[in-house]
Structure formats: structure tokens, C-alpha cells
Design a protein around this ligand. Sequence first.
Ligand code: SER
Length: 583
Amino acid sequence: MKVKEEFIKFFESKGHVHIPSAPIIPENDPTCLFNTAGMQPLVPYFLGQPHPFGKRLCDYQKCVRTVDLDEVGDTTHHTFFEMLGNWSLGDYFKNESIEWSFEFLTKVLKIPVERLAITVFKGNDEIPFDKESYDRWLSLGIPKERIATTTEDNFWIAGEGGPCGTDTEIFYWRSEKAIPQQFDVNDDNWVEIWNNVFMEFNKDGKNITPLKQKNVDTGMGVERITSVLEGVNDNYESSIWQPLIKEIEKISNLSYQDEKNKKAMRIIADHIRAIVMISGDNAGCVPSNTDQGYILRRLIRRTIRYAKKINIDINSDWITNLALVVINEYHSYYPEILKNKERILQILEQEKNKFNKTLEKGLKEFAKVVDNLTTSCIDKDLAFRLYDTYGFPIELTLELAQEQNLKVDVEGFKLKFKEHQEKSKAGATKKFAGGLGGHSEIETKYHTATHLLNAALKVVLNKDVHQKGSNITPDRMRFDFSFDRKMTDEEKQQVEQLVNKWIKDGLEVTHCDMPKDEAVKSGAECMFIEKYPDIVTVYTIADVSKEICGGPHVKNTKEIGKFKILKEESSSAGVRRIKAIIE
Ligand code: SER
């Protein structure tokens, strides 16, 4: 059964619009390297901004979670995964949401009711017991022995702040053993398959306040529900992973059924899928030593090391062949990976060649040092040498050390790393966890300031200057644009003055939704035209700027404050970077 298709068809029949997956790399959200849940790109709409497609949406979303990277290799953890979701943006609430989840699971997927169990929010000092959900499940025929209540596990928030709410989670009895009458949340045979979050609050620091509208956010992992439906306990035995596992068996000439090959084969399968999805995203991620690029590099290098472990000839075409399996399996859902196929293969080939050259030598160096080691700790100098000379991400050194029961002076390494790489310190070590951001008041001001800067550069430099990237934190904005030389001090000053003039003029910021083609025809700016839905939101600032954008923005430029350029520097060939602040 094609779960994704069935899911979309079902929710379309309930009045939902199927929206395309957002890019895996979120724009303008510096707290977060990747989208980690289907709801993440929808945050502005939970807060009240109207969505161009209406109030009922559904999709399958590309997600990446890197916090569990070390767990990959077991039967259930994956770096890249797909999440099915249906949403109500201030439309239906608990009643329909629960009813439709139940209907989809029992009627479409034909899961017997006896195999299901439910948790709902128990209640605490701030928020009462979710009786409405509890009663709804009872009314649908779930016996009360199969409904448990919890406090911590039934409240959902992504990261530290933002829209959140109580949730009700649906569990499935995965074992062949007799199903116990009484549901025990701590029994691992009950696996969570679907989560319905009732997003009616916003968390800001410690404060929880009601949102303007009551939303529903549900999420169901495609990998897990597929395993459940196919009756396998190891996700990699499901139809999702089998084409990759088979190809790995072929190129290594080893069998997945042999216990000792499993971990390496799972890691290779998991990572190659994530690598194709990340490098094939329209955001254009390439291996580097910071941020998403660093994760991509780590994934590729880890894949290569595990390939070596199961005796794959790492100089052969193995990695290209694996990538092609992924592209083949997924391009009908995510056409960008087919469009970006050449880039994906080129990245893999280059990174493979680079690392193959040093991996062998680095491993020898590691073995030599370990032989002569007088303590049980790899010191910072070796860790740094492995990184700097042999291209070993610190996590790889850690993994090698762990295999020999050794420790690594990671803190020492980080200090050394910092000394040597002042420039890249922001990304590599800090931003691994997921979370949401980008929508505070100050960040909203920065968003609008970004549009003004973009417009001012066109006036001062020339009209062919285009945005190449942007990144906003509560402390500053960063803006990359196409331009082939250093800006003069005079030009910087002119840009700064022009932006400040527009701020002072108190220009109105308006937005409206229109078909994408029309938006482009009307001269609206945008960075990646392919990633937008057919209907887009266009933000206009008087006669100064017009851009396709998801927002959020201030209503009037005078809210912004004083704009100041801190720095103008090279970002990459033909691309300059401005760092600026608002005072
Ligand atoms: N946001 C919830 C989750 O990720 C439901 O989509 O589980």
C-alpha cells in the first residue's frame, strides 16, 4: 500500500489542500539547521497569518534530525525521514481531528481497533485534563483500559518556544504476543504511530498564553507506519529500505541477514538517503566545515568509513550507485532531487575522492598513536591533526576511540579548533539541536530590513544584484548577494542611508496572495522560484520593494529602528556578504 498517496487522498476528501514539502533547509531560521517536523514551516500560520491555501492542509514533509545521529544503526532511528501531517489553521479542532485519525487508521489502513491504544493529557496546575479528547476516543470505541493519561508526554513543543499545546498520541501493538487488556505506556511493544497536537498556546520564555486561533498539527512518521503495516520489527526490512539494502548487499557481496553486517549496512542506507535529500535540496547545500554543510560532510565521511568496514571497494562507483537508488525511489515525490541529480553526484564524487585519499592514512596514524598511548585518552593534538590533516570530523575520531574504549579530549579539541578557525566557530559545534525561531519582534524587524537592504543594493550598485541567501538572529542579520567586487565605503554609506531614509519615511508594508506566475510577472523578487507553491504571498513596501516571501514582517517600516552595516565581505565567488544590525 502506498501510505503517502492514501494519506493525501483521505485528507483531501476531508477538504484539505495538499501542499508541497517545504525545503529541508529552513530559510531565515538560524536556530535550526533542518526542518525536524512537518509543522515547522507552518509556524507563521499557527500564529495567525492566513495561509494562501486555506485552513485545512496536508502533506508529506522532508525532515532531518541529527541529534540522534549516533543511534542510527539500530532498527528505528533515521537521519532523514518523511512525516505525514494534516493541519487545521483555526478551523476544526479535537473532535474531527481524532475522528479522522481513527477513520484513516481503521478504515483506510485497516488496522484492527484492538491493536490501538491512546494517551491524552492528564492535566497540571496550568492546563486541565483533556477530557474532550478522552471522551472522543471513548465514543469511537476505544475502551478506557486502552487510554492512558500523562503530563510530560502529552504536551508538544518544538524546542524552547513558539506555538504548542497538549496532544493525544496513538500507539500500535507491534508484537506477536497476546495484546494486554490494559495499556502500559512503558511497554515497548506499544509503539507510537501518530501524534495529534492541539496547538492553542504560545510559549514565550516561561509564559504560556492562548494563541489567536486554535490549530491542529498532526504528525505520523512514514517509516514507522510502513513497518507496522508490513509487520516487520526492523524498519530496514520494510519495502522503504529494501531497494537500498539489496544494492548494498550487491556491492559488498555480503548478506544483511548476517548479524555482523547489519549495523554498517543500516548506517550506509540511512546516510546515503539523507545525503541525497540534503544535497539535492533546492537550498543548494554543499559539504563544508560549518552548519548544514558540516552535517553533510560528516554523513558522507561516515558512510565511506562504514563502507570500508564491510569491504566495499571505496574507489569504485558504489556511492553513485547507491545515490541513484535513492533518486529513483523518491524523485516522483521530491522532483528537485532529479533536477539536482548532477550536483548530487558531483558532490559525492568530489567528497569521496577527497576523503578516500586521507582516510587510509588517517586510520593508520590513529592506529599508530593508539599503540603508543600511555593513557586512555586521545589528546587534543591528535584529534586536531586527524581533523586538519586527514579530514576526520571530531565525531569520527570519537567513534573510532569508543570502539577501542578510549576517550577523546573533545573540549581541548574544540578550543584548538576555535583558535584555528575563528571564522567557522558559529556552526560546527553549536547548532545541532532542532528548535524554532525567527518569529520574535526583533527578528520580524530584521526580516523587513532584509527586504529594504535588498532594494537599496539594487539602487546603489545595480539592478542585477540578487539575493543569494539570508540569515537572521535576534542579534544581527546577514545578507548574501550577487556582486563581483568589494563595495566602496561610499557605497556602503549610501546603502545605509537609503535604508534609514525608507525607515524614517514610515512606508507601509502590505501583502497579498497571488498565483506564482503572476507574482513573477509583476516583478516580485524571489530566491528559489521552484520551491514556492502555485499561490504565493507577495510582500510590498510602498514602491520600494516587492518580494515573494513567507513573512513575518512589520506593518510599517518606521517600526524597524536604526539600520547599520557592520561589515561587507566576500562570501564565495561572485557573492558578497553584508552583516548588519538594527539599533
Ligand atoms: N509536531 C508534532 C510532531 O512532530 C505533530 O506533527 O510530532
